[in-house]
Design a protein around this ligand. Structure first.
Ligand SMILES: [Zn+2]
Length: 414
């Protein structure tokens, strides 16, 4: 779960985190239904606590409240400027209202006002550490929304120093570092979070090491990449990504047996990644020159249902080894076991050359249509947010979760 989601749940007014910049009519009303109890509760508590000493203050808040809400009800395009601005109480209930309102301002895009509001809460030490830490977390969010990442990081570090809201603070800091691609610092912070919260973040830290390893490999530093991927495995022995990287590094260095061993581990740990490794794995197997091992691997694939990319690649290898007839037998058996549009398209393509003159054109049309359908289909989907794409992302570009994007399995996919 993203830190913003976790954070929003901590609030009494759990709906305020989802306002778009321009609120349509029904949403505006929803917002009001959420704000009204807040207003009522804060007003009632304030009245109960301070009616005896400052009755005039309460009634002035109340009228201010209603003026602001009235503006919202009228759906004026501008945010009601002075809504709640004159609240001066420093009790906890009013502070909660300020926090909720600051969050609301930020969601509406009025980050400056949100910052002012949260900073003003921080100046009131009498509100106590709970309000102080909530305001710091909100302020970090404000800076983040304003694109002031340095300030956001600095604010989160201030929060961590207080020892309050540590899981939220570390979570937000990690999100920020991930976006900045500061993987070295992310490893430090995640390790610190593990110490403080007892949470196991091995899989996440392994990804951070893999990010570093991938950059090193891309820049041609194979030894460094290997060392970093090794650290990823040391931290999390189940890291399919680290094995995949080590296989690629081994292949590039000509150690094909080592590459095959790592690819075996990838298959074992995350079979869904087979379409992404099948070409490289066959290439490594064939480079070793051990035909027995190659045939054993083909038998291993033939004995089960496979993703379509695996079927297609294996078919090519069988054709080279044993000829077209053996390859076709394997292909037909596999596509019938696990029908897919891609399989049907390629089968139609096979039929073009062997069709009778009168039928050839029809088969050609079917093939062209299937090709167009398949071309438009995304290959990967995030299991968490539904993001669709055509490349494997270790971290979902939409919801920022790790290991949630997978090849799409089924008729329309693999
Ligand atoms: Zn996602």
């Amino acid at each position: 779960m993203q830190y913003t989601e976790r954070y929003a749940l901590d609030y009494r007014f759990s709906g305020q985190h989802c306002f778009p910049t321009r609120l349509p009519g029904p949403l505006m009303l929803n917002l009001l239904w959420l704000l009204l109890p807040v207003a009522a509760a804060a007003g009632w508590f304030a009245a109960r606590r301070s009616a005896a000493s400052r009755p005039d203050d309460f009634w002035s808040h109340s009228s201010n409240f209603h003026e602001g809400l009235n503006e919202l009800l009228n759906e004026s395009t501008a945010l009601p400027g002075e809504l709640f601005d004159n609240l001066n109480d420093t009790d906890r209930d009013t502070a909660d209202t300020h926090l909720a309102l600051g969050n609301f301002y930020r969601r509406r895009g009025d980050v400056n006002r949100a910052i002012r509001l949260h900073e003003s809460l921080l100046e009131k030490s009498e509100l106590g550490p709970q309000v102080h830490s909530a305001a710091l977390l909100e302020l970090a969010n404000d800076y983040d929304s304003a694109g002031l990442l340095d300030r956001s990081e600095e604010t989160l570090n201030r929060l961590i120093e207080t020892g309050e809201r540590l899981p939220d603070a570390y979570g937000a800091l990690l999100q920020l570092l991930e976006r900045e691609r500061d993987w070295t610092r992310a490893i430090e912070v995640a390790s610190e979070k593990e110490r403080v919260t007892d949470e196991n973040l091995s899989a996440l830290v392994a990804h951070y090491y893999c990010e570093l390893a991938q950059s090193a490999a891309a820049e041609g530093y194979a030894d460094e990449a290997k060392e970093l991927a090794g650290k990823a495995l040391k931290r999390f022995s189940q890291s399919a990504r680290a094995h995949m990287l080590l296989a690629e590094i081994a292949s590039a260095g000509g150690d094909y047996q080592l590459a095959v061993n790592h690819y075996d581990q990838v298959e074992l740990l995350r079979p869904a990644l087979m379409p992404d490794i099948i070409n490289a794995r066959f290439k490594a197997l064939r480079s070793i020159g051990d035909e027995q091992a190659l045939r054993a691997f083909i038998d291993h694939i033939d004995g089960r249902r496979n993703a379509y990319s695996v079927v297609r690649t294996t078919r090519t290898v069988i054709e080279e080894l044993d000829g077209a007839a053996a390859a076709d037998r394997f292909f037909k058996k596999q596509i019938l076991q696990r029908p897919s549009l891609k399989g049907l398209r390629d089968w139609a393509q096979d039929q073009i050359s062997i069709s009778k003159p009168g039928e050839k054109e029809k088969v050609q049309i079917i093939h062209t249509m299937l090709d167009k359908v398949v071309e438009d289909k995304p290959g990967y989907q995030c299991g968490r947010c539904g993001y669709l794409g055509n490349t494997l992302h270790w971290r979902c570009p939409s919801c920022s979760n790790w290991d949630t994007v997978q090849p799409i399995i089924g008729v329309e996919g693999e």
